[in-house]
Write a protein that binds this ligand. Structure first.
Ligand SMILES: Cc1cc2nc3c(=O)[nH]c(=O)nc-3n(C[C@H](O)[C@H](O)[C@H](O)COP(=O)(O)OP(=O)(O)OC[C@H]3O[C@@H](n4cnc5c(N)ncnc54)[C@H](O)[C@@H]3O)c2cc1C
Length: 382
């Protein structure tokens, strides 16, 4: 079965169990967000350890995971509903987001039971956060060229090198790091391994980097003889490339890849003039495209829950999602140019934030060109 069949089986309508989940999470969000200080812009990219902890305590993090790891064993598409509602509300979820989206599933697949028991319940409670250590100063798109290495020592490994553009490294408890364990192999994809690294390890330095929004969420992470115990190796040494490319499926297919600008769409709908054809056509087109992306993303959720490999489809969702999201602030400018001159309104603040933030949407998690290369390869074109 491919994505088209999955979409047919899973139309973008919800089952009654999913509708119930939607009602419950909306209720939670209304109450919880109202009790928190007001924010200038509603965006899931904001960090709030307090919000993550409340969300986790209420059982909304890791809800598909087994109970022994703090989860509730719920179906993948119920989690999808929760993600949609969190993103639509612009909830500040970035503290726990990657831990739940990809590190938890990675651990469940490859970590020892002891490591899973030590880490996963904390993620599900919304108290343990991860960062992802892939990119390096000279290796971004060409990930197979990474040079950070781990050398075997008694009882573990010593890591030396540097990662860069590591989101939220300064606030994370752990990193899932891809490093080279066998250097000098002709096949650059061989000899890579994944480790869970404790961010408090001796020899590990985090240097934050400011982005153009003024946030210091990025960091360079330098490893100087950082010791990692054997138990923190994920899967088998040398299998890191296969593991990490499968992990990227989780990063590229979810609703965060097309709902990062949803707050601007809702602002536009609030200000829209139903008598103006330009407004109805442009906003109608945005909603229609979003609805297609949603159907594709739900289809991928279904494929994942059936253990299928949706690599090509995820590359399409991320690419099309980024295109849509980068067009959204431009459309806001075309439709509401006059209103946007009224400084201080929530439409202006949201448009201004997304104009700057959206630039990164086609870079994070793999650039547009790299994703299109994956699709071309899958179609046998290269
Ligand atoms: C918001 C954000 C968050 C991020 N968070 C993380 C994180 O948490 N952890 C992490 O490890 N990394 C993170 N990154 C880094 C991100 O993964 C890299 O920036 C990205 O993979 C590109 O690598 P690069 O910056 O080295 O650019 P380069 O690889 O140097 O690419 C530069 C340009 O060349 C193009 N290009 C490169 N190779 C090819 C090719 N073969 N064919 C065609 N065109 C090509 C690219 O598409 C791009 O346009 C983040 C980036 C952003 C923007």
């Amino acid at each position: 079965m491919d994505i088209a069949d999955s979409i047919k089986i899973n139309p973008a309508t919800s089952t009654s169990a999913q509708s119930e989940v939607r009602r419950d999470i909306r209720h939670f969000l209304t109450e919880t967000l109202a009790a928190m200080p007001p924010r200038a812009v509603r965006s899931w990219g904001e960090y709030s350890a307090e919000f993550s902890s409340r969300l986790g305590k209420a059982g909304w993090i890791g809800m598909t995971w087994p109970k022994r790891y703090g989860g509730r064993g719920r179906p993948m598409l119920e989690r999808f509903v929760v993600l949609e509602e969190l993103l639509a509300a612009g909830a500040p979820v970035s503290a726990h987001w990657v831990a739940e989206r990809q590190c938890g599933p990675l651990l469940m697949r490859y970590a020892t039971p002891a490591l899973c028991e030590a880490i996963l319940p904390g993620i599900a409670r919304g108290e343990v956060f991860f960062c992802i250590g892939l990119s390096e100063p000279d290796s971004g798109s060409d990930l197979a060229s990474i040079r950070t290495r781990a050398d075997k020592v008694d009882g573990g490994w010593l890591i030396n090198g540097a990662k860069i553009w590591t989101s939220l490294a300064a606030k994370a408890h752990f990193m899932s790091a891809l490093v080279r364990t066998t250097p000098g192999l002709e096949n650059r994809h061989a000899g890579l391994s994944q480790f869970v690294v404790d961010m408090r390890s001796e020899g590990l330095t985090v240097r934050t980097i400011k982005n153009m929004l003024g946030s210091d969420s990025f960091a360079e992470v330098v490893f100087d003889n950082v010791f990692v115990p054997d138990d923190n190796l994920l899967g088998q040494a040398g299998m890191g490339w296969e593991q990490v490319t499968a992990e990227l499926t989780f990063e590229r297919s979810g609703p965060d890849r097309y709902l990062s600008s949803i707050s601007l769409l809702t602002e536009m709908l609030d200000h829209a003039n139903a008598e103006d054809r330009h407004h109805t056509v442009e906003l109608g087109r945005l909603v229609a495209e979003l609805s297609n992306l949603r159907a594709m993303s739900r289809g991928i959720g279904h494929m994942l829950s059936e253990g299928k490999d949706p690599r090509l489809a995820t590359s399409n969702v991320k690419d099309l999602g980024a295109l849509l999201e980068q067009r959204t602030p431009e459309i806001a400018h075309q439709l509401f140019g006059t209103e946007l001159r009224v400084a201080g309104s929530s439409l202006v603040r949201t448009q201004s934030h997304l104009t700057q933030a959206a630039v990164a949407f086609s870079v994070r998690g793999g650039t547009r060109e790299i994703l299109r290369g994956i699709v071309a390869k899958g179609l046998g074109l290269r």
